[in-house]
Ligand binder design. Structure first.
Ligand code: PLP
Length: 396
């Protein structure tokens, strides 16, 4: 006889992984499935990074809990070069995916979690597993789903000294929208006023279509932790490597997370850490890879945006990442006649009737009858598209 922890009871397995497994199962039964559910980079890992992994396949030792010094140096160099934050190698923590680091942050820190609605599928379930309360912050489609400084201030004002973490993710999963400099500055000022810990989830920072990705850490350096990794820009989601970069002021939090790591996974796999040095050190080939992958994603995203708009969905043009978040409320009456009243039912019917796999808005914090969904526009041959990207592809 056994009992399941009450915090875990009632939480479904991760929504994206669930839809991926179901899509794979239907595909293996011979059904034609278009996989727009899982947000996985369509591109192969850059050749030189794969070669570095091969060369280090024999590395077998446990590595230091916070990560290999050479990799921490490479990441500090990368963060300094991209002018997101001024840091040294000691400010860097390596983990087996940023998802694990986000979970450890919630374990290590005492306080509430603030997240904008909609937000990535795993922040809230992670908090619930730990028994932490989650406070959803409202955002609006007309405002590109951006959190405003005013909304944040209203929520924090209530109990100004309460310890809280705010997670801000941009470019955003699920909306593909990002923030301007002025918006980041305004949010940073409120975060400082209430001494929030700001977790800046910049996992899609390199997949930013126009101009350069900027970090909110520039405006709130003493309270911002940057989260990034290899998964979304180097095509290496399954390798499982993520990183947090801490300001010196938050070193005790980094140390607390390292204690949890030392008692749980010990350290991230050695060959992957060695290979990641090559990725984060960059070079002309990696710059070119990034340039072409952004170009392809921009074209595909704009095409999907146009088609969805023509269909009558309300959807924001993606500015980065590989997601669209269309709202199908204008079809509410039509759908109700087919007994489709929730985003979950909409996605289920779509998958069964047309083979298109997408994720319901309810997985991103919305009430069940909010008729919106997330599309990950990644079901195409990434390697081939990178080759074509050098030619006329971008204009087609
Ligand atoms: N944050 C966001 C917004 C994501 O979309 C994802 C992955 O889908 C992650 C974090 C976790 O990425 P990983 O654990 O592969 O570093």
């Amino acid at each position: 006889r056994f009992a399941i922890n009450l915090n875990v009871r009632g939480i479904q397995p991760s929504a994206t992984l669930r839809i991926n497994e179901l899509s794979n199962q239907l595909k293996s039964e011979g059904k034609d499935i278009i996989k727009l559910g899982l947000g996985q980079s369509p591109f192969p890992v850059p050749d030189r990074v794969v070669e570095a992994l091969r060369q280090h396949a024999h590395e077998k030792d446990y590595l230091p809990v916070k990560g290999l010094k050479g990799l921490r140096e490479a990441i500090a160099g990368y963060i300094n070069r991209s002018e997101r934050m001024r840091c040294t190698w000691e400010d860097v923590l390596i983990g087996p995916g940023s998802k694990e680091l986000l979970f450890m942050l919630q374990l290590a820190y005492y306080g509430d979690l603030l997240i904008p609605r909609p937000s990535w599928v795993s922040y809230a379930p992670q908090a619930r597993i730990i028994g932490r309360s989650v406070h959803w912050l409202p955002t609006h489609a007309e405002n590109n789903w951006q959190l405003t400084a005013e909304e944040l201030d209203i929520v924090c004002r209530d109990d100004a000294s309460r310890p809280r973490i705010l997670i801000l993710n941009y470019p955003s999963n699920p909306t593909g929208c990002t923030y301007t400099d002025d918006q980041l500055l305004a949010i940073a000022n409120v975060a400082r006023k209430y001494r929030l810990i700001l977790l800046s989830d910049e996992i899609y920072g390199e997949v930013h279509f126009e101009g350069r990705h900027k970090s909110i850490a520039r405006y709130y350096p003493e309270g911002t932790i940057i989260s990034t990794g290899l998964s979304k820009w180097a095509g290496a989601g399954g390798w499982r490597l993520g990183t947090f970069i801490f300001p010196r002021e938050l070193r005790p939090l980094q140390d607390a997370m390292a204690i949890i790591a030392s008692e749980t996974y010990t350290a991230t796999s050695a060959p992957i850490q060695h290979a990641a040095i090559t990725a984060f050190n960059g070079g002309d080939d990696i710059e070119e890879y990034l340039k072409q992958s952004r170009r392809v994603l921009k074209v595909v995203g704009e095409y999907m945006h146009r088609r969805l708009t023509e269909m009558g969905a309300v959807v924001q043009k993606p500015e980065g990442a590989f997601y669209l978040f269309p709202d199908f409320s204008s079809f509410r009456d039509q759908l109700a006649r087919k007994d489709i009243k929730t985003s979950q039912a909409l996605c289920q019917t779509l998958l069964e009737n047309t083979g298109v796999a997408i994720l319901p808005a309810s997985d991103f914090g919305f009430v069940p009858d909010h008729l919106a969904a997330r599309l990950a526009f990644v079901d195409f041959d990434g390697a081939e598209s990178l080759q074509l990207a050098g030619g006329d592809y971008a204009d087609q």
